[in-house]
Design a protein around this ligand. Structure first.
Ligand code: ATP
Ligand code: MG
Length: 394
């Protein structure tokens, strides 16, 4: 029996003239993702990528799980491939569907006939296959509204495809189809979720992390590295720029009014991120800020931080509650790592009474009273870059 995985397009199916470009990137991303499992043959047809294993030992369940995190795919169907002959389909699909249908109580058949030369019409295919299944598995009943299992039977250009159910894909558009952005990645819950959300819109997301040893520990860095590895499932390859931030924070503590620490620190992070973006061709910055979550994320504070950025700053979780962000963090498996209790540089020298309504001109005056430029230059020189390849989370 031939078996393939059909990866059906999500939003790409709606693209016009440049659809090909999106498809090319999607196929490349899928190949990278599945590479570790073995060889596959890839064919593009009818808004679907057919993925056929070259070797019987390849675990298609594992391949399906991996595909579920690839952006650009709307649905995933593992399917048996038959000749376009109803008698052959009926005779052979029972064995293929056996394990799934024996464990179910209700089902329905959903047929689709894109090859209009096939002699049976869609409803006839559904009845023919439904009857065959009921004969073979008498414990089953048909439930057209809420079936436990939907058996799909699709008569397409190159064959008939039968699947026991389908999985919803990750959606979005393929990573790499929108350009590159640099994410300010802390060890917290929000910024990994921000990475996921912008990768979903086609951005290659790399991370920049500020660390202040000895105030922050080696374990805090390891936590951020683990987050990067986990994110590769969705984001593909990730680069992480680690910026030594200790001297800058100490200078800040020694030279600026305490109530402004946090905002100036965030502006200095932005200024360093600008430089990294300049020299590495990133077109935007990303943060995990959420409106009103803490003092540095009030409207006025965000205005002050934003003024230091020379790129568009994307804040995909800005309108989300902590609960909504946490739900996504659990789904993408970053939550457990994010809640490990290691210090972030943001919690070093935090003011007792941070200004919640900072005024930009006052902040700039306080910041300009000290020349941070040489320290920024040095920090950029001392950046350490780590690289994580897709599949690093396994
Ligand atoms: P998170 O859960 O992502 O840590 P948070 O709720 O802790 O967010 P803050 O600590 O105020 O919020 O940080 C807001 C944003 O600033 C983070 O989402 C992240 O984008 C960025 N950020 C904070 N600390 C760092 C850091 N050490 N390195 C890089 N970016 C950081
Ligand atoms: Mg944080």
């Amino acid at each position: 029996m031939r078996e393939v995985i059909m990866a059906k397009y999500g939003e790409i199916a709606l693209k016009g003239l440049n659809k090909n470009t999106f498809e090319d990137i999607l196929v490349k991303n899928i190949k990278r993702r599945l590479k570790a499992l073995g060889g596959f043959v890839y064919t593009r047809m009818q808004s679907t990528i057919y993925i056929e294993p070259q070797d019987e030992s390849i675990d298609l369940d594992e391949a399906t799980d991996m595909l579920a995190t690839v952006f650009g795919i709307g649905a995933i169907q593992r399917s048996a491939v038959y000749e376009k002959d109803m008698e052959i389909i009926k005779a052979q699909c029972v064995d293929y569907l056996k394990d799934t249908l024996e464990a179910a109580r209700t089902f329905k058949v959903e047929a689709k006939r894109s090859d209009k030369s096939f002699p049976l019409k869609t409803p006839d295919i559904q009845v023919a296959l439904g009857d065959t299944i009921l004969d073979a598995f008498p414990h089953l009943t048909v439930d057209v509204h809420n079936p436990e299992i939907t058996v799909f039977c699709e008569i397409r250009d190159k064959g008939a495809y039968v699947s026991a159910g389908r999985i919803i894909g990750a959606g979005g558009i393929p990573v790499g189809s929108s350009g590159k952005a640099l994410l300010l990645l802390s060890g917290g819950i929000d910024s990994p979720v921000a990475a996921y959300m912008m990768a979903k819109r086609g951005l290659i997301v790399d991370g920049i992390h500020f660390q202040s040893p000895p105030y922050t520990s080696e374990r805090a860095l390891m936590k951020v590295q683990t987050l990067c590895k986990k994110l590769t499932a969705y984001c593909g390859d990730i680069k992480l720029y680690c910026v030594p931030f200790t001297e800058i924070q100490e200078a800040l503590r020694d030279n600026c009014p305490e109530e402004f620490f946090t905002i100036i620190m965030r502006r200095l992070m932005m200024k360093i991120a600008n430089r990294v973006a300049d020299s590495n061709d990133y077109g935007a910055l990303i943060t995990g800020e959420s409106m009103g979550q803490v003092a540095s994320q009030t409207l006025k504070a965000i205005q002050c931080t934003d003024a230091a950025a020379q790129y568009p700053v994307f804040r995909p979780v800005i309108g989300m509650d902590k609960k909504e962000i946490t739900d996504i963090a659990r789904k993408i498996d970053t939550f457990e790592t994010s809640v490990l209790p290691y210090e972030d540089c943001c919690t070093v020298f935090t003011p007792k009474h941070p200004k919640t309504k900072p005024v930009l001109s006052e902040i700039e005056r306080a910041e300009n009273a000290f020349d941070f430029e040489p320290l920024i230059e040095q920090a950029i020189k001392d950046i350490v870059v780590y690289r994580y390849k897709v599949g690093a989370e396994e």
